[in-house]
Design a protein. Structure first.
Length: 242
């Protein structure tokens, strides 16, 4: 089987009994280059708060273009937005990058091809594959749109999220740096639960993005996202070892 098929075989049993839940995951073993996607390459999900990584990447790009450091206010809001998932900071920084149109423009530069920004930022639509592309822009070592300094700082913030938000892809390994998103839907009472980030497992560094919708509770959604992240990392590690 190819990596996508192996990932499907690992994830699908985890969805038994999950009812209305839908899940998509993308994973990359940074050392071997092995990657896999499950859940439909074009399947889009609401980002909830994982978009805050994207917003900060867009802000850092804008500051780079203008040849300046972040202002004191931008810096403080960026820290609050990533470490505490502060919503008011996200709203202010989205405005600073030019709103939804500015975020879309930044995403075009970063290589995100299936993400559509929303002014109500948590309703930005994205795919697991696009979130993996974003993670590569943040955690990659190749010269890209983000400078080394910008990438390093963003990674540091993602490694310092507050204690109550250290769930998600962190379950798949150690040395994690992540951002999670969680959002109940008013119309259905069901939850979107998402997690993106980097982990180290078995001496290998992996990037993982798990998106989900239709979760019955926040707690059950977290449990499913964590099990999917573990399965995804296990697949690319095994494939790299073959």
């Amino acid at each position: 089987m190819d990596a996508d098929a192996e990932l499907a075989a690992a994830v699908e049993p985890l969805l038994a009994g999950s009812g209305t839940a839908a899940v998509s995951v993308a994973v990359l073993d940074s050392g071997s280059g092995t990657r896999a996607v499950y859940g439909g390459a074009d399947a889009t999900y609401d980002t909830a708060s994982i978009v805050k990584v994207d917003i900060l990447a867009a802000l850092l790009l804008r500051a780079q273009d203008e040849g300046r450091d972040l202002t004191a206010g931008e810096h403080a809001r960026a820290v609050a937005m990533i470490e505490r998932s502060d919503n008011d900071s996200a709203t202010a920084l989205l405005a600073a990058v030019g709103g939804a149109a500015g975020l879309d423009a930044a995403n075009e530069r970063l290589g995100l091809t299936a993400t559509t920004a929303a002014q109500a930022w948590g309703l930005t639509r994205t795919t697991a594959a696009d979130q993996l592309t974003l993670l590569e822009a943040v955690f990659g070592t190749d010269t890209g749109e983000l400078s080394e300094g910008s990438r390093t700082w963003l990674r540091e913030l993602m490694a310092r999220v507050e204690a109550g938000q250290r769930w998600g892809v962190s379950a798949a390994g150690s040395d994690w740096a992540l951002k999670n998103g969680w959002m109940p839907r008013t119309a259905t009472g069901l939850w979107n639960i998402n997690s993106i980030g980097r982990v180290t497992a078995g001496g290998r560094t992996c990037l993982v993005a798990v998106l989900s919708a239709g979760q019955r509770t926040k707690e059950s959604g977290i449990a499913l996202v964590e099990s999917v992240a573990k399965a995804a990392v296990g697949v690319v590690r095994a494939d790299a070892a073959d």
